[in-house]
Design a protein. Structure first.
Length: 427
């Protein structure tokens, strides 16, 4: 099997740029220029070259083409409906870029070293996005411009409407699409800091950025998910001094800012805010359930939506309760195929072999947690989704927690056939 060499360094750099753009730029565009597609097209061509070097390359390419062809089955009814026709192709693009992105992550993380690099890249990219969020908030305070106006300017530059809310004159909510990756990154850096070769001070600052960014989202689900990922990572981390530093500082900061944290939680769970948010979600659930039962087997097609209930004027098929929206679009058959693709993607990464079961069960919980986010945010089939699925795949492939005697080992067996099959040899 071909192993990475210096001649493939351009491809690895292009891949890193693509991941960074996916995390930082919600729609992949800046000032009307789609920089993501400028990297995605050559990266896909390079990925095809890598795929051709795998075992049974022809059957794997055929499988990928079959997936694209089968997905187009749900595009046809949308193109025949005057309400859905303009949204069919955007949704088809989201599906294909998510699947292709997952494939690219798999091709570029063939060994333990490449997985470690990919996980570090994701952590640093999300941390940079969190840092930008803090800068925007500080700029709002310094300039006196409301955070909503600041985010509106950013939305104009990126071409994507970002979420922001001013409450009582203070910028209290700044949420980026990639914020759903924060819990996964929090787990990675707390559980695998030494494996990833991230320094103690750097890891502490990065976790602080993640927690701050999580608070800025003002999302109850992201708050709980981040806290869950932090303690899950702490349970699996090596019992060294840094572990107790994390827990000690977390406890001290919580006690010091207890009144502020209490006020923040009370504000988020205040009846006026929580009721409004929950009421909108309840309306969505009712409408989307009705929409699903109108075509339960095959759905209404890509880009479809309840005609008399649009949540977003920018993307008609986007809903916070994305899971139900997808069931309405693809039906039980389409969603069943997505589940099969996911099982095929992860089936060899999750070996649950002796000595790894606790760690891999934790990764499995992270995957379930990310899928559960689809009941609160549209994050399952969007621009950056491949980064999330790929990051969980790479984490599952690490196999061992810190302190394990075989934590440096790589897979010595194929990771699965079809999408794609690959063999990784121990270093």
């Amino acid at each position: 099997m071909h192993m990475p060499t210096e001649s493939s360094s351009f491809g690895r750099k292009l891949f890193a740029l693509y991941i960074f753009i996916s995390v930082i730029l919600p729609g992949g565009s800046i000032l009307g220029i789609n920089v993501k597609i400028l990297t995605f097209v050559p990266l896909t061509l390079y990925g095809i070259q890598l795929l051709s070097r795998q075992r049974e390359a022809i059957s794997q390419v055929f499988f990928a083409l079959m997936v694209a062809a089968v997905a187009s089955f749900w595009l046809i009814p949308s193109l025949m409906n005057p309400f859905y026709d303009i949204w069919g192709f955007p949704q088809y693009k989201d599906v294909l870029t998510t699947l292709l992105g997952c494939l690219l992550v798999r091709l570029f993380t063939l060994d333990m070293v490449s997985r470690e690099k990919f996980i570090r890249l994701c952590i640093y990219a999300v941390a940079f996005g969190s840092f930008l969020k803090v800068l925007l908030f500080l700029y709002s305070i310094k300039s006196g411009v409301s955070i909503s106006d600041v985010i509106q300017r950013v939305s104009h530059v990126t071409g994507v409407v970002l979420m922001s809310v001013d409450i009582d004159g203070a910028g209290i909510r700044i949420q980026f699409p990639s914020d759903n990756v924060i819990p996964i990154c929090v787990f990675a850096i707390t559980a695998l800091r030494k494996r990833l070769r991230i320094g103690a001070l750097s890891s502490f600052l990065i976790v602080a950025l993640f927690v701050t960014s999580s608070l800025f989202t003002f999302s109850r689900f992201i708050w709980v998910s981040t806290l869950f990922a932090f303690f899950l990572g702490m349970l699996l981390a090596e019992k060294d001094r840094m572990r107790w530093v994390y827990l000690g500082v977390a406890g001290a900061v919580t006690l010091y800012f207890i009144s502020m944290i209490t006020d923040l939680i009370e504000l988020r769970f205040a009846s006026s805010l929580a009721t409004a948010s929950d009421q909108v979600r309840a309306w969505q659930i009712a409408k989307l359930k009705e929409f699903f039962w109108q075509a339960p087997l095959f759905g209404h097609g890509m880009g479809s939506y309840p005609i008399h209930f649009k949540r977003s004027e920018e993307v008609f098929y986007a809903y916070e309760v994305q899971v139900l929206a997808l069931f309405g679009e693809f039906g039980l058959v389409g969603m069943g195929l997505f589940v099969l693709l996911m099982v095929n993607y992860y089936r060899k990464a999750f070996s649950f072999s002796a000595g790894t079961s606790k760690y891999q069960f934790a990764i499995f919980l992270l995957l379930l947690n990310y899928l559960a986010a689809g009941f609160f945010n549209p994050c399952l089939l969007v621009s950056f989704s491949a980064v999330s699925y790929g990051l969980i795949f790479a984490l599952a492939g690490m196999h061992r927690t810190e302190g394990s005697s075989s934590s440096k080992a790589t897979f010595a067996e194929p990771l699965g056939r079809g999408f794609p099959d690959q063999t990784v040899y121990a270093r």
